[in-house]
Design a protein around this ligand. Structure first.
Ligand code: MLT
Ligand code: ZN
Length: 241
């Protein structure tokens, strides 16, 4: 369906409120149209750079809520779920959500799914970790959430109790880094993006459950890739001398 029930923006290409037009729907969303460092992007021609530093995550168990936001399913941390350290700045882990298929592409290719782990520092600046998935073995976090994801179609927030963010595995120390934006309106810029190089797996059942639970019945919830406009994309590889 090109029009959806009550959503302000949708993913359908060419629709009045589709991705090409997000920036014209509201004045506060203008940067979706005229921003020069938007996300997602196609990752290619990366530059090796060993001094970026290891990804230091320090997550801890915390109460969580599962929310159906219409355009996606979000896992929100209600307590202190720990933090991420990027170049000496601490970013608090706020929420995770899933996009199908992936938003970032690699040399023009999409993956089946991309999870975003959104972090925020004390100034409200964001750092998002993106993890790509392809069909295969079940993902441990989604296994834990599967029944509740199926229930979340009813639009009520589901109290998950105490959950372990350690279920989110990066699986690799290698990552891509660039500076971009939120991939949904208001498309705010200045987001530090980290895309983990290792592609993880999700089962068909898990992927199906996520897609079916999203209220608006989108075929996809992935924004098309945006112009790089001269930005650099770095690849961090720990063993490069
Ligand atoms: C993003 O990853 O940029 C998001 O989709 C923004 C959000 O969480 O709303
Ligand atoms: Zn996202």
């Amino acid at each position: 369906a090109s029009e959806s029930k009550g959503e302000e923006y949708i993913y359908t290409k060419g629709a009045r409120n589709g991705p090409e037009n997000w920036g014209s729907l509201k004045p506060e969303w203008e940067v979706c149209r005229n921003g020069k460092s938007q996300s997602p992007i196609d990752i290619k021609n990366v530059e090796g750079f060993s001094q970026l530093g290891k990804l230091k995550k320090d997550y801890k168990v915390a109460p969580a809520t599962l929310k159906n936001r219409g355009h996606d399913i979000m896992l929100q941390w209600d307590g202190d779920a720990g933090k991420l350290n990027i170049n000496g700045t601490y970013y608090k882990f706020v929420q995770s959500h899933w996009h199908t298929p992936s938003e970032h592409t690699l040399n023009g290719s999409k993956f089946d799914m991309e999870m975003h782990a959104v972090h925020e520092n004390s100034k409200g600046e964001r750092a998002v970790i993106g993890i790509w998935y392809t069909i295969g073995q079940p993902d441990p976090l989604l296994s834990k959430l599967l029944d509740n994801i199926k229930l979340s179609g009813d639009n009520k927030d589901i109290d998950l109790g105490i959950l372990n963010p350690g279920l989110i595995k990066f699986g690799s120390r290698k990552y891509y880094r660039y500076v971009g934006s939120l991939t949904t309106p208001p498309c705010s810029e200045g987001v530090i993006w980290t895309i983990v190089k290792k592609v993880r797996t999700v089962s068909r059942e898990q992927l199906k459950a996520l897609k079916e639970a999203v209220h608006d019945g989108f075929e996809i919830n992935a924004r098309p890739t945006q112009e790089l406009n001269g930005r650099k994309v770095w690849l961090y590889t720990p063993n490069v001398v």
